[in-house]
Design a binder for this molecule. Sequence first.
Ligand SMILES: NC(=O)c1ccc[n+]([C@@H]2O[C@H](COP(=O)([O-])OP(=O)(O)OC[C@H]3O[C@@H](n4cnc5c(N)ncnc54)[C@H](O)[C@@H]3O)[C@@H](O)[C@H]2O)c1
Ligand SMILES: O=C(O)CC[C@@H](O)C(=O)O
Length: 390
Amino acid sequence: MFHIKTYNAISNKGLDRFNRELYQVSADCEQPDAVVLRSQSLHDQDLPSTVKAIARAGAGVNNVPVEACTKAGVVVFNTPGANANAVKELVLAGLLLSSRDITGGMRYVQSLTEMTDADAMGKLLEKEKKRFAGNELYGRTLGVVGLGAIGSMVAEMALALGMDVVGFDPALSVEAAWKLPSQVEKMDNLQALMARSDYITLHVPAIAPTRHMINAEVLQAVKAGAVLLNFARESIVDADAVVASLDEGRLGMYVCDFPEPNLLQRPDVLAMPHIGASTAEAEENCAVMAVDQLKDFLESGNIKNSVNFPQINLPRSGGYRITFVNDNVSGVLGNVLSVFTQNNINVLDMMNKSRDDIAYNILDVEQVPSAEVIKAIGDVEHVIAIRVLN
Ligand SMILES: NC(=O)c1ccc[n+]([C@@H]2O[C@H](COP(=O)([O-])OP(=O)(O)OC[C@H]3O[C@@H](n4cnc5c(N)ncnc54)[C@H](O)[C@@H]3O)[C@@H](O)[C@H]2O)c1
Ligand SMILES: O=C(O)CC[C@@H](O)C(=O)O
């Protein structure tokens, strides 16, 4: 039986994929084999030593202490692309809400509660509507910072709206580059993108190099009146620098999914409560992907879409499956194989993959490994974690 601890509201479409004869799933499990979560921060929590994997039903893993997990041999998964369409559609809302005073106009109409005469109301609205006029997106330039799953979808959408699109992503993967429309013009640096764009939208992960990447210096390069949209993370933008730029009249508007107190009560800030991925479809997609990846890892040792471990998949070749994690230094696998030789255990198939400082191994063996053999493998220098699967 595997024990799964959940945090946040994880869609039942995903959780129902855990066969209850094999899995116990609950929010208050104390010694879980694995954790499924959304935005709950694990930074201030002690992770039980029973945890072998953490599945983030979503893209950003800044709420998970990934480095500590890697050192402890804990695999961290995310669900790349599973909520990208939801974010893309909210970016479209942000573009429209920042271009036309839709919310101001709606608030004004709702305020006319004293009016009883429809003709008089119609005349008043025709007179007042100029206060809520705006501009079109067509022909304007959108700068997309980060051209991964979300950024590339946003770029494609903007092109379909008749916008020009420029992009900046120094770490673009080959796979992501293939998905990018050819009309997206590549910018060499962030300043160049800022100087060209009427709208700038951020789609980078919250990692050390992106912390405050939008700061006072970068905002100097922005076109007067440009709109900045942040549906990525709070830490990417220095909110004080944004407020200063808005006050100065340089930045025209800030649309964000990560409000901070100093952004409230400003007409030039449109703030939302982190709802980029809050659609039924995105929540289901993320939960299904997270659960499927976790099951494949717990039951077969395979790893797909991990942010700290290598991708690996070894079809079962019968016998008994053992997986182990080790420091990525030479000689460890050889020493483990010697343990099998010494104990007359035949290896049927095996795969070894590494990523940065960590290596991960799957071995199918013919004979059931005894507790002594497992202990001997665990005692091999640089072996961090070991599992025996049925
Ligand atoms: N508002 C929400 O609810 C919501 C939902 C989903 C994702 N997000 C956030 O959006 C981020 C991006 O999501 P994604 O699915 O597109 O991820 P992704 O990994 O597919 O794409 C991120 C892209 O950013 C690029 N990048 C990294 N560092 C960069 C830098 N310094 N400058 C420019 N580009 C850089 C990467 O090369 C990659 O192409 C997530 O990490 C998460 O923080 C927010
Ligand atoms: O789970 C959520 O609601 C938000 C997820 C989002 O921020 C992400 O990084 O994927």
